[in-house]
Design a protein around this ligand. Structure first.
Ligand code: HEC
Ligand code: HEC
Ligand code: HEC
Length: 134
């Protein structure tokens, strides 16, 4: 015979354990990052021009690779112009290109990085854009 009472208690303990980190952090663990792309520089662009250097899906997954390439091309090959897949040209610069549009580092880069616990060391040397505290 199954012991329904024991099974239910077991289930309750299990659910409790699984939910614990979420409840404990006040629901924070479930809060998905929501990187904001509403900086003045981006809003200045015409609505159909509000795009990243490369398509969003690529940027989302591969921006670190792109940044790495940019650095190598600039520092090793002395090449400073990037031609995007859509033919647009950009100066390859973390500070003057990426961070010009994404001037909201905290609400953008950090929002995701904190969530995934990634800590790029770039800001040891590269200048962080000045932000107004919100
Ligand atoms: C011309 C302004 C501009 C520049 C320059 C730019 N971005 Fe973006 N970026 C955007 C916009 C606008 C979006 C949102 C695109 C969309 O929603 O289709 C975006 C999206 C992204 C995303 C994806 C965000 C998400 O929600 O998934 C990442 C990551 C990103 N950018 C990183 C970078 C990096 C790194 C650089 C420099 C290599 C860079 N961007 C340069 C405007 C820019
Ligand atoms: C949509 C979420 C998201 C946004 C927005 C975002 N990142 Fe990231 N970034 C990630 C994730 C996730 C990783 C870790 C990827 C991995 O480990 O494979 C990462 C890794 C990186 C790395 C490599 C770090 C390392 O130690 O390996 C760099 C550099 C980086 N991001 C720069 C930036 C910059 C600069 C911005 C803002 C312009 C930015 N990212 C915005 C999600 C994001
Ligand atoms: C130890 C200091 C240091 C660290 C840490 C560092 N960089 Fe750099 N980076 C430099 C220097 C110096 C240059 C050369 C600047 C120049 O030629 O104008 C450079 C150039 C670059 C360039 C091309 C030129 C430019 O103005 O942006 C990119 C892109 C870049 N770094 C990305 C990164 C990224 C992404 C990270 C983090 C994963 C990072 N760097 C970490 C020192 C550093």
């Amino acid at each position: 015979m199954y012991n329904a009472g024991k099974i239910i208690i077991g289930l309750l303990i299990f659910v409790g354990l699984v939910a614990f980190p979420f409840v404990y952090s006040g629901g924070k663990a479930t809060a998905k990052p929501d990187p904001k792309v509403d900086t003045p520089e981006i809003l200045k662009l015409a609505e159909n021009e509000r795009k990243c250097v490369e398509p969003k899906a690529y940027m989302k997954g591969e921006h670190m690779v792109l940044l790495n390439d940019w650095r190598d091309w600039v520092v090793r090959d002395d090449n400073t112009i990037y031609t995007a897949t859509d033919g647009k040209k950009y100066t390859m610069s973390l500070q003057n290109t990426c961070m010009k549009c994404h001037s909201n580092k905290k609400k953008f880069c950090d929002e995701c990085h904190n969530y995934t616990a990634v800590k790029p060391y770039c800001w040891d040397c590269h200048i962080v854009p000045k932000e107004k505290e919100t």
